[in-house]
Write a protein that binds this ligand. Structure first.
Ligand code: GLC
Ligand code: CA
Length: 539
């Protein structure tokens, strides 16, 4: 692995959903100054880099993933001056900033689309996909046909997501050039990397049955990042690549494309597929932790064999908190949260943590659609009702799988609105925010935050945990995860119990205890308690 990629394994990346992080002017919407205000908090947690979900000018049909201007900040989030100050403050703390780049589509309010729809022969006419008739039966991710008739132009355009998110046509060289310029604009402002939204969709295979992995995909990614100016960036693709060869084509260093990808299998497989979405996040399925363990193990080994940089994550803004999906978020919430964190973040790769995870945030339960905001959930609700489901059944699905779960404001205090805003939050607070918030967590003997801090500090201190090899020690039938990290003869063993009680017989699991979520000490041979973890330094 090249030096640059190896160094990324020394980072901990924290994902921020700015709309819900901290509101500093009382309008109920989180803002960039709110991020700046919390940099010391993040530094204290052990964060090295911040990934900011889109904060560009946007009419917010899909909360910023519909961009109207890639060079301006969303009005509600602040100004470009606020962005510059944020970058300066990040640099002052020796941290990094990763921006969210959305190259597949723009908002229909973007100047390019406003021009493009005017006629068939304007300078922007081929910036999007226009046809006289839909040329296939593709569906949009947020429901309905992916083709929308536009009165003004008298043609259909492609939208893989909402109607207001037209797909850019990358086969037009000017589109590639414009996107290179956007990347350069942010590099010049000092950003250190990009998270690339649905990057696998920027080249279309119109003959195929889904709209990704088109024939020019690698050419276009290379055009963005295979340039001298972009060589230092950390780039992570949101990409649904399922096989290792495809992953290698994206991330082998010599290709000059991406540093790494998100691998979603462990999230997709921890829900039941019922034919209503691109992933299986909507429906509960038992045995999730073992399934996740097995999938993660498989990818750890494959990536290691192919010398590929792995991303380590369980949460993001597109899923309910993993804690609520896969473990016990009630009487064993602390134990579950710390168990999941240990299992994933001591593996081989780049840790990414999503806001709220560090205090054990979990899913909400609401009975009214008014407590939901997300276009995906609202469209799905109507689909489910249309298909004959009851209101209660539809709400159950939304509560379990909806993206709003992870998008509710960060609860900083036990006070009103969790200290997120002095105004009215743009979306209902999490249903358990009075119980689960930073202030209460810190006052508790069992603090998820303090555990995370210790976990990241351990990872930072022990080179073995960042750069060592990964060897699984669990067998398929075990109801725990156990693995070994090894470097130059130094060995660390990680054990995470999923069971209520478990006598774990692993010869390696002895020695100095580096981390425990139950206060286990050396020589303690007791059975592992529910969700108990221990990290051992091998003698
Ligand atoms: C990605 C984003 C998601 C967004 C979609 C369309 O999946 O993570 O939030 O809705 O792309 O941009
Ligand atoms: Ca605000």
């Amino acid at each position: 692995m090249i030096e640059k990629f190896r160094n990324f394994r020394n980072w901990v990346i924290y994902q921020i959903y700015p709309r819900s992080f901290l509101d500093t002017n009382g309008d109920g919407i989180g803002d960039l100054n709110g991020v700046t205000a919390k940099l010391d908090y993040l530094k204290d947690l052990g964060v090295d880099a911040i990934w900011l979900c889109p904060c560009y000018k946007s009419p917010n049909v899909d909360n910023g993933y519909d961009i109207a201007d890639y060079r301006q900040i969303m009005d509600e989030f602040g100004t470009i001056e606020d962005a510059k100050r944020l970058i300066a403050e990040i640099k002052k703390r020796d941290m990094k900033l990763i921006m969210d780049l959305v190259p597949n589509h723009t908002s229909d309010q973007h100047r390019w689309f406003i021009e493009s729809r005017k006629s068939k022969d304007n300078p922007y006419s081929d910036f999007y996909y226009w046809f006289d008739e839909p040329i296939n039966d593709w569906r949009a991710t947020f429901g309905g046909s992916a083709w929308q008739y536009d009165e003004m132009r008298g043609q259909y355009y492609l939208h893989s997501y909402a109607v207001q998110q037209p797909d850019l046509n990358w086969d037009t060289p000017k589109v590639v050039k414009e996107m290179q310029d956007v990347v350069d604009f942010w590099i010049d402002l000092g950003v250190d990397g990009f998270r690339c939204d649905v990057i696998d969709q920027i080249s279309k295979d119109f003959e195929g049955d889904n709209n990704c992995f088109g024939p020019n995909l690698h050419k276009y990614i290379h055009a963005l990042f295979g340039r001298e100016k972009a060589a230092h960036l950390f780039t992570v693709g949101e990409c649904w690549a399922g096989d290792i060869e495809e992953i290698c084509r994206h991330t082998k260093a010599e290709r000059g494309e991406l540093s790494t990808l998100f691998q979603f299998d462990h999230l997709n497989e921890t829900g039941r597929y019922e034919g209503n979405n691109r992933n299986c996040k909507w429906n509960e399925k038992p045995g999730e932790l073992r399934t996740a363990r097995d999938i993660l193990t498989k990818w750890q080994l494959l990536n290691q064999e192919h010398d590929i940089l792995h991303t380590l994550f369980t949460d993001n803004h597109d899923n309910n908190y993993f804690l609520s999906r896969a473990a016990n978020d009630t009487d064993l919430r602390y134990e579950s949260a710390t168990c999941i964190a240990t299992m994933i973040y001591l593996m081989n790769g780049v840790p990414l943590i999503y806001q709220g995870q560090e205090i054990g945030c979990c899913g909400s339960h609401y009975d009214s659609l008014d407590d939901f905001d997300d276009i995906e959930s609202i469209n799905l609700y109507h689909e489910l009702i249309g298909a004959g489901n009851s209101h209660a059944e539809a709400m159950k699905t939304l509560n379990f799988g909806g993206r709003d779960n992870a998008r509710r404001p960060m609860p900083w205090t036990a006070g009103e609105n969790g200290g997120f805003t002095t105004g009215k939050p743009w979306i209902t607070m999490a249903s358990r925010y009075k119980e689960i918030n930073l202030e209460t967590d810190l006052a508790s003997e069992k603090s998820v935050f303090r555990f995370y801090k210790e976990l990241f500090a351990l990872r930072k201190f022990e080179e073995v945990l960042r750069q060592g090899t990964f060897t699984p020690l669990h067998k398929a039938e075990d109801n725990f995860a156990a693995y070994l990290r090894e470097l130059d003869g130094r060995r660390i063993c990680v054990v995470c119990n999923f069971d209520e009680t478990n006598k774990i017989e692993i010869p390696e699991a002895h020695g100095e205890i580096l981390l425990s979520n139950y206060g286990r000490t050396q020589g303690d041979e007791r059975a592992f308690r529910p969700y108990e973890i221990a990290v051992y330094r091998m003698q």
